[in-house]
Write a protein that binds this ligand. Structure first.
Ligand code: ZN
Length: 546
């Protein structure tokens, strides 16, 4: 095949067969690269500013563009492009570079068609997975390049949503928060606002006057933004947050009845390890928190509670955030955070206490050693190390102390009797106030016999627990099944219970009565925020931080 014929054939593969001419090509087998030397051909071009035609060339230069690979060969276009004079005297632009809209964009280093392939990959797979596939296909694009391509895409235009879900999400936890707006009919996010201030949201709502239903958490900020920005819309407190608040209320009640929880937990632990065997087995007790740690925690809590109450007191007196921050001696961010929370936020204790990830895989072996009579911590530690354990000695030692506790002796005073009961580790986590609250609020259809039994046992421990669990379960029914006809009756019951957390909960609801009532009244399709925003929050927050 002659050179002319090859060039003619190769010309068919150029990104713009009409305006580009292939002059020659270089083949580099060692680099697996084919370089095409190409020039643009039009004699006259349009000025990008005034659109008038010109033919007067100012200069030439060369651009290097990566194009789609051919088989396993990388394709480089060495593109000769020209600069032109604009002949229109009135035009502010004197010299411009010719535009090759079918081939590439100004400043780009790859052709449009390669960019469009990469964009498709990025949209389908996102950053990391997209990077792996594009490497496999020979495109060589990094994670950040792919994400950058997604960001450059214009937003799809859609008609104003009728039902809008509003929630905050973290760009970076504890540092920067934004607001996510979700079209709840179509289940897709429509906007991300850069902060969670009332003004920003009100302004957005003003520009979208067709919204009929607004779903939100129970913060005053969003409420006031909606009152101003979309007075025509019905506000609905979203059910996910209402149940979240209820869970916190329940946790407080359980917090006050920790001893009852412990009784239930201990019974359960004994039962769960003694199911199948006639031999006596004792369960490993839950890790105990040291009293000092507990005291310090209590002190911190008192201090935080005082700050929380003072912030709300000043807020109710209409003090601006910055003044409150100054007076109380905290950052404005803390003030804003607390004002977002209708109830005092309890510090969450670490849920992985006593569950060392490093030790977990070796616990079975450790118990085997222990039950066969090996009681020396150092020896056990070394044996675990030989099996591959690379955690600390202290972790092992702490666990061994719990084993002694289970059998009723102390490590410093070895037992005289040789017959010790076997020790087993129950698989279920200890019954903390948080877990107990979670168990109570599991929807009926998802409850198993274990959780039901635990809840039943909790109820018979104390009249307060009986009342609290009943109130909570009734309320979840009202919310989940939309039993709005008994909503007011429930409020009365909760208010007249002897449980302060529930009374405060009712007071909170009464301050936002219309929105909460709407939440338990409107049919499912109007407020399916539960979980949904959460998932989107996760996705968007992830995308934003990548
Ligand atoms: Zn011009």
């Amino acid at each position: 095949m002659g050179v002319t014929m090859t060039i003619e054939l190769l010309s068919h593969f150029l990104p713009d067969t009409k305006n580009l001419k292939l002059h020659s090509w270089q083949f580099d087998d060692s680099q697996a690269t084919i370089t095409l030397i190409v020039a643009s051909t039009p004699h006259v071009v349009n000025c990008p500013v005034c659109n008038s035609l010109t033919h007067k060339i100012h200069s030439h230069y060369e651009r290097r563009l990566t194009d789609l690979p051919w088989a396993n060969y990388k394709i480089i276009l060495r593109l000769h492009v020209r600069k032109f004079f604009c002949l229109n005297k009135a035009c502010p632009r004197r010299i411009f570079t010719e535009r090759l809209s079918k081939v590439t964009t100004p400043w780009a280093r790859r052709t449009e068609r390669l960019t469009s392939r990469l964009t498709s990959i990025a949209l389908a797979l996102g950053g990391a997975a997209g990077e792996r596939l594009s490497q496999d296909l020979g495109y060589k694009a990094s994670r950040n390049t792919l994400l950058g391509l997604i960001r450059k895409l214009p937003l799809p235009s859609s008609p104003d949503p009728k039902t809008l879900g509003v929630d905050d999400f973290a760009f970076c936890k504890r540092q920067k928060y934004g607001t996510i707006l979700v079209d709840l009919d179509k289940s897709c996010p429509v906007a991300l606002l850069p902060d969670r201030n009332a003004d920003t949201l009100a302004q957005w709502l003003n520009q979208h006057p067709n919204i009929q239903v607004l779903s939100r958490d129970r913060s005053r900020t969003y409420k006031s933004a909606m009152d101003i920005g979309a007075p025509q819309a019905i506000q609905v407190a979203d059910r996910f947050h209402i149940l979240q608040n209820l869970k916190e209320v329940l946790e407080k009640v359980f917090q006050a009845h920790k001893d009852n929880l412990k009784t239930v937990d201990t019974n359960y632990r004994f039962e769960s390890v003694n199911n199948s065997s006639s031999e006596e087995i004792v369960p490993v007790p839950p890790p105990v928190s040291e009293t000092k740690v507990e005291q310090r925690k209590q002190q911190h809590r008192t201090k935080r509670l005082a700050i929380y109450n003072q912030i709300w007191k000043l807020h109710k007196k209409c003090w601006p955030t910055s003044k409150i921050a100054q007076k109380v001696g905290v950052s404005t961010r803390t003030v804003q955070r607390y004002l977002h929370m209708p109830n005092f936020p309890e510090r969450q204790t670490r849920s992985d206490r006593g569950k060392s990830c490093l030790l977990n895989p070796y616990k079975e072996y450790l118990l085997q050693l222990w039950n066969s009579g090996e009681h020396k911590p150092k020896k056990i530690f070394r044996k675990l190390q030989k099996k591959g354990y690379h955690g600390s000695y202290m972790t092992v030692n702490r666990y061994i102390h719990r084993l002694c506790q289970a059998q009723g002796w102390e490590l410093s005073k070895p037992p005289k009797t040789l017959k010790l009961p076997q020790v087993a580790d129950p698989q279920k986590p200890p019954l903390t106030p948080r877990r107990a609250a979670w168990l109570v609020l599991i929807p009926l259809e998802k409850r198993d016999s274990d959780s039901e039994k635990l809840v039943e046992q909790l109820m018979v421990q104390h009249p307060d627990l009986y009342a609290a669990i009943n109130l909570a379960q009734d309320f979840t029914q009202i919310v989940r099944q939309r039993h709005h006809e008994i909503f007011d009756i429930w409020l009365q019951q909760a208010l007249h219970s002897n449980l302060a957390p529930f009374q405060n909960f009712v007071i909170g609801i009464k301050e936002d009565y219309d929105a909460v009532k709407a939440a338990v009244t409107l049919p499912v399709s109007n407020s399916p925020v539960e979980g949904h925003i959460n998932r989107l929050k996760m996705l968007t927050a992830k995308a934003a931080t990548l």
